[in-house]
Design a protein around this ligand. Sequence first.
Ligand SMILES: [Cu+2]
Length: 170
Amino acid sequence: MTGIHLLTCYSFWMILLVNLFSAEKVVSTTYTVGDEEEWNTGVNYLSWSQKYNFSVGDVLAFNYVKGQHNVVEVVEETYRSCDASSGVLATYNSGMDQVKLTQAGNYWFICNISGHCLGGMKFGIVVREGNATKASVSTPPPPTANGVHTPAKARAWAFLAAALGILLWV
Ligand SMILES: [Cu+2]
């Protein structure tokens, strides 16, 4: 009887532990630029960039046919002019580029294949501090950012409550 009790107890704590761990991991999200349309000509990246709330630690995944496009992180002026003769911060051209958003602030990306930037392969995003430093941010984070992060935490607490409830009841 005690053995089964201990086993039940152990399982619940393991589930709880796994859930708490995954709740921490959910803070980092990988966003595929352009979603299913990926990084191509003829996609409206302005509307794509406004669909999400980006946080420090998130990753942008640029997927495209290597050689047909590239990814250039630039300053705002270069983003506006599409003239990458100056203001280039980083260049990626593997066809599967993962760009980690390491600090809060504004980021601008363009494709530097002739005509592509002027044709709309360009966007800017605002990256905010992640959940871990939320307390030190003076302005409240947008509601959707909360929506992304709260369920996992809530789930973890629900597990804790359930585990404690069963332990008391048994
Ligand atoms: Cu391009």
